[in-house]
Design a protein around this ligand. Sequence first.
Ligand code: ADP
Ligand code: MG
Length: 369
Amino acid sequence: MSFGGAAPVALVKLELAGFRSYQSLAWPVPPGVTLLTGANGAGKTNLLEAVHYAALLRSFRTRNLQELRRWDSPGFSLVATLGGDGLTRQLRVTQQQERSLQVDGVPIIRASDFINHFLAVAFIPEDIGLVKGPASERRRFLDILGSQLDAGYLRALSEYNQVLRQRNALLRQYAQFGDRALEAFDQQLVAFGAAIIQRRLLLVEELRPELEESGRQFFGDGSLLARYTPVTGTESGLETLTARLFDLLVKNRDREKRDGVTLVGPHRDELLLTLDTRPLAAFGSEGQCRTTALALRLASYRLLQRQAGDQRGLILLVDDVLGELDAVRRRTFLDLIRQCPQALITVTTADECAPWADQVVTVHDGAVN
Ligand SMILES: Nc1ncnc2c1ncn2[C@@H]1O[C@H](COP(=O)(O)OP(=O)(O)O)[C@@H](O)[C@H]1O
Ligand SMILES: [Mg+2]
């Protein structure tokens, strides 16, 4: 688990109050691979969701914050403590009317300064949407991964989204404001947009070998590929991307005025997934799509581990995914998981997977034992 010397950074404690089914919980989170067992509805997924929320201020199940608060509670609080490598760090989220954030007792204003103190990658059944779902899911996958690797990615993204929102608002009231106002936004949109495209191109390039390896492990000979296909084409020089994006904006101006929305840019781009050159979204079987989603998550986990996992701590969350895999792939996946410094895996019966785990805990009646 550790490579001599200090233990790697890991999540050492999770405290919940009024979060989902948990009235009050203080759980010393073990290092290594932990299997969480317990009846349906016991609260296993809720635990993983809490860890994910502490890392990313995002649930993997809902966008509606209200769902996270226990039904009989006015709000929730969540404390995640990191330890190892001579470090302890306490991350606290308190959600009442407003959300307040603290790191080591110091109030944090911006979510971007709170998230990704540690890194979490979740494997959930809904991940099949990464393959079968709309392009927005694949863009989100890239954007979250990019932001985990580099805070600059997140900044660039929020700058772009802000200008995009303003420009769209303007387009909706175009008759009132006219061309001048629109043009004032174009430069910024194009500059931020090209920066995002460039970052995504680089990210997908970095992800490529990891995805190839995961693909080989799950598909044998089949060659799994992810290709980012921005509207600008893939030539990665920033100047070229900027110039192309600007041209496209000008070309589409009349349509944009008519539709009242920005039609070209990284908010519309696609990450194309192919197996042996065939697009999976169109041709993949259910099993192939599930396996591809798994391979994507695994690839992102490996990239994070290689680039950032040692310093920040990286936790793997696996919810109800094992049951979907055939026996061979499940074994492959479990073999890979075994090497993770920290993983939480939900299962309904532990028997089969127990040999791969460092410990098995039971979730029951709002407690973890
Ligand atoms: N906001 C909430 N307040 C109270 N209980 C909740 C809330 N959201 C979900 N639950 C309860 O949590 C349980 C589901 O927990 P979950 O972690 O999904 O179970 P599982 O162990 O099957 O993964 C259900 O019993 C549900 O009623
Ligand atoms: Mg569950």
